[in-house]
Design a protein around this ligand. Structure first.
Ligand SMILES: NC(=O)CC[C@H](N)C(=O)O
Length: 342
């Protein structure tokens, strides 16, 4: 056995027993945290249009739960209907510590999602957007900050409507390799690689998980220089229009995760605005959105780095309110540097 370098069955059993004990210990920690009545509650608003069918957001709720356990908080996820006329009032009065806008399809409720994201961005409430949630964040920024009030996604433009003015309004477009005439089989599905720029919030979060969720990118493969590669699961037909990226970046959005071609935007963060930098004001505590679905890879003992980031920011927000502070400025440990540092 030694000559052939085979593991001894005794060693193997010992290793197995150690691993079993480690997993049991992890699981006990999870169970004890869920049952601990002394932990504070964290209130997360989830704004979507499938709220009548709770199972639609099951993986979102589970991923939030995993991150709440890891940050020792009791999760109160509140699902709000995105087409409700009272959505904004519910958000303003709901004492929420964070907002999550998950994936979805079709136009109903889009303006509600855009309004909710605007509220979170302007009131400096931690925000995570997923898939359609990221596309809605781009639409919101283009409408509110670039002043393109008609900004939208090609998904929401009826084929019979006149072409969008100068193509400036379709800030989210159909992916070129898809077949516009046929929906079946045109979705970009499954695990795809995203390269994460250093000096970004998401890079730091994934780097913590290096080994589990990320690996150093190789020089020459579009990576190198501290770039991290992560594989996350996708499910979409539309993407950020590469033609509007430079305008959005000049206005303060940072696209810190892209595919290997550099043409497909996978992750955005909010950098400091020029005005914030000039006045030495703190930027947004946590504003990130991703084209993929991080919830699908979250596990009870290994929460998704993005959900973890959101729940940590939500916890800081709760503590800040408990201290009676107004506005998020000064509340946090800021991680996203200004755009030109990235
Ligand atoms: N999963 C999603 O959120 C999909 C977003 C959007 N409807 C698209 O197809 O690109």
């Amino acid at each position: 056995m030694e000559r052939l370098r085979l593991p001894s069955p005794v060693d193997g059993r010992l290793e197995e027993a150690k691993e079993d004990a480690r997993l049991l210990q992890q699981w006990e920690t999870v169970a004890n945290t869920v049952d601990d009545p002394s932990l504070p509650s964290v209130r997360i608003a989830v704004v979507g249009k499938y709220t009548g069918l709770r199972d639609s957001y099951l993986s979102i709720e589970k991923a939030l739960q995993h991150a709440a356990i890891a940050t020792r908080q009791h999760l109160q996820a509140v699902f709000l209907e995105s087409s409700s006329p009272s959505l904004l009032a519910s958000l303003q009065e709901g004492d929420f510590h964070a907002l999550l806008v998950p994936g979805g399809f079709g136009t109903r409720g889009l303006d509600g999602k855009v309004g909710a994201i605007r509220w979170a961005r302007e009131s400096k409430i931690p925000f995570l957007g997923i898939c359609l949630g990221m596309q809605a964040a781009v639409i919101e920024y283009a409408r509110s900050v670039l002043g393109r009030s008609a900004a939208t996604s090609t998904e929401f433009v009826s084929p019979s409507a006149p072409a969008l003015m100068e193509g400036k309004e379709d800030v989210v477009i159909f992916m070129p390799e898809g077949d516009k005439a046929r929906m079946g089989g045109t979705m970009r599905l499954g695990a795809r690689t995203t390269l994460l720029q250093p000096h970004s919030l998401v890079h730091r979060l994934y780097a913590e998980h290096l080994g589990a969720g990320g690996r150093e990118a190789e020089e020459g493969g579009g990576g190198g220089g501290g770039v991290l590669e992560v594989d996350e699961r996708h499910r979409h037909r539309y993407e950020v229009n590469p033609d509007v990226v430079s305008d959005l970046e000049a206005a303060g959005l940072r696209f810190v995760g892209k595919d290997r071609t550099g043409q497909r935007m996978e992750i955005l963060e909010l950098g400091e605005t020029t005005e914030e930098r000039r006045n030495g004001r703190q930027g947004h505590p946590f504003f990130a959105a991703v084209q993929f679905h991080p919830e699908f890879k979250s596990r009870p003992t290994a929460p998704s780095p993005l959900f973890l980031g959101l729940l940590r920011a939500a916890s800081r927000e709760r503590e800040r309110r408990a201290r009676g502070e107004k506005g998020s400025q000064g509340a946090k440990e800021r991680v996203a540097p200004s755009m030109d540092e990235g």
